[in-house]
Design a binder for this molecule. Structure first.
Ligand SMILES: *Cc1c(COP(=O)(O)O)cnc(C)c1O
Length: 457
């Protein structure tokens, strides 16, 4: 091995300071690739073994700051439920409860009264029941898992009737029909994109039908000449024929109290009241909790779902359950609007956002940047609510070094790679910072990150 790599101070300190062989190999290959690329581009490169080895050591040290590592980022995009940025930030109460159970043992599947094996969901189920009116409930890894599990447990090998207008694609290229097919149930599409009547469902029923499925078209809305059979009618039709009624509401509005703009989102309680046997929703969309999928409904349906072997593969861990329990408790106690970051961000008053944007613009101007407050639009995001964008006030900042030295894209990239990473919106020659998705406590680190990047040329 090369001298620099075998340098005593690095390698003879004992096994603890020895970088793993893979890391050394990766770094050496990267150093060689850099030198090769530099030579090919006609730039000079130090190719003597010592120089390459020194470069490899620098790259080994840099592993710790690899941008691929999971770390907190500042979300200045104005997209509240940004799937790429981890969707819902948790309430402080959820963070505390999750970290308390993460640190040590907990009664995850242990009944403290009798000292016997207990049920994993015994903490959250009473809260879900209380909030939705459902008889029973269970929790899995996300809502996609909830749909697959419900269809598998209630309809595998049989037909599920669903409206053509509801076979949607959710974010990241996930098409619901493809997710559904994994369950082993066969989709029987009825109606047309804009109109599906009760009769369309009725005509599709046959000896092999197991369920009717309604999917809330979360991220788009069909407007104009439209018709969709109401859920109570669908549920009645299902029950008259001994079929299950499955209702995938997606976003997870549990209770009223969400700000206007989200009005009109179906709630789980409405689904249960309308006669659905199972209502499905995400934990990390409008509910504002951890990533999970909740199945709430009639006891016989939930029993079958929990008895499915796939349940074991999709179950959630103790931290998710602790965070979900805390989140549900806040909603139940009417404290969602105060304590859930997602709810607070969606409801933030325009005057408050304008004042915060002014403050940030002033701080950026003090750093010598050209910054102003502009009218812009925030999004709820997360494939959660097909609602109108929410008006906001954002800070528009020109890159510190005008083209050709720097473009808005280059500056936005530098912000993403800064400390802490800042993800902002790029718009027509400038970078936009929307205070809606920034906590007030994010502002000083944001200003500091911008200050440091401004100094690099
Ligand atoms: C978002 C969504 C899903 C998927 O939920 P995840 O929690 O992201 O897995 C399924 N169905 C609908 C209607 C949705 O909106």
């Amino acid at each position: 091995m090369n001298d620099a790599l075998c340098d005593e101070s690095r390698l003879i300190k004992g096994p603890r300071s020895l970088p793993p062989v893979n890391a050394v190999l990766d770094a050496v290959r990267a150093a060689l690739a850099e030198a090769r690329a530099a030579l090919l581009e006609g730039r000079g490169a130090a190719t003597d073994p010592d120089a390459l080895a020194r470069r490899a050591l620098v790259l080994i040290d840099r592993r710790e700051s690899d941008p691929g590592r999971l770390r907190p980022v500042l979300n200045a995009t104005g997209i509240v439920l940004h799937t790429g940025l981890g969707r819902a930030p948790w309430a402080e109460e959820a963070v505390e409860r999750a970290s308390a159970v993460a640190r040590g043992f907990c009664n995850l599947e242990f009944e403290l009264e009798e000292g016997e094996r207990g049920r994993r969901t015994s903490g959250v189920v009473p809260l879900i029941r209380e909030l939705t009116g459902a008889e029973a409930a269970t929790v899995v890894n996300n809502n996609a898992a909830a749909t697959v599990l419900a269809l598998r447990a209630l309809a595998a090998g049989r037909e599920v009737v669903v409206s053509r207008g509801e076979l949607i694609e959710i974010g990241g290229g996930f098409r619901l029909p493809e997710v559904f097919e994994v369950s082993g149930a066969r989709l029987r599409e009825v109606g047309t994109t804009n109109k599906t009547r009760l009769d369309d469902y009725r005509r599709a029923l046959g000896p092999n039908t197991a369920a009717l499925l309604r999917v809330h078209p979360s991220n788009y809305r069909i407007v104009g000449f439209t018709e969709q059979a109401p859920l109570p009618d669908l549920a009645r039709l299902a029950h008259d024929h001994g079929l299950w009624m499955i209702d995938d509401i997606g976003s997870g509005t549990l209770a009223p109290g969400l700000p206007s703009g989200v009005d009109g989102e179906p709630t789980a309680a409405e689904g249960i009241a309308a006669g659905a046997d199972v209502v499905l929703f995400s934990g990390d969309k409008l509910l504002g909790g951890p990533q999970c999928g909740v199945l709430a409904g009639a006891a016989p349906a939930i029993r079958r779902i929990e008895a499915d072997p796939m349940m074991r593969a999709l179950r959630v861990d103790k931290t998710t359950l602790a965070a979900l329990e805390a989140t549900l408790q806040l909603v139940r106690d009417g404290r969602g609007p105060d304590r859930l970051p997602v709810w607070r961000m969606i409801a933030a008053p325009l005057e408050e956002l304008a004042a915060r944007a002014e403050g940030l613009a002033r701080a950026f101007r003090d750093l010598g940047l050209n910054a102003s407050v502009v009218a812009a639009e925030s999004q709820i995001g997360g494939g959660s609510a097909p609602v109108r964008p929410i008006p906001t006030r954002a800070v528009r900042v020109d890159p510190p070094f005008p083209p050709p030295h720097e473009t808005e894209r280059a500056w936005a990239r530098a912000l993403r790679l800064g400390g802490p990473p800042v993800v902002a919106r790029i718009q027509a020659g400038a970078v936009l910072f929307d205070p809606r998705t920034l906590a007030v406590t994010d502002e000083p680190p944001l200003i500091e990150a911008v200050r440091i990047i401004g100094k690099i040329d």
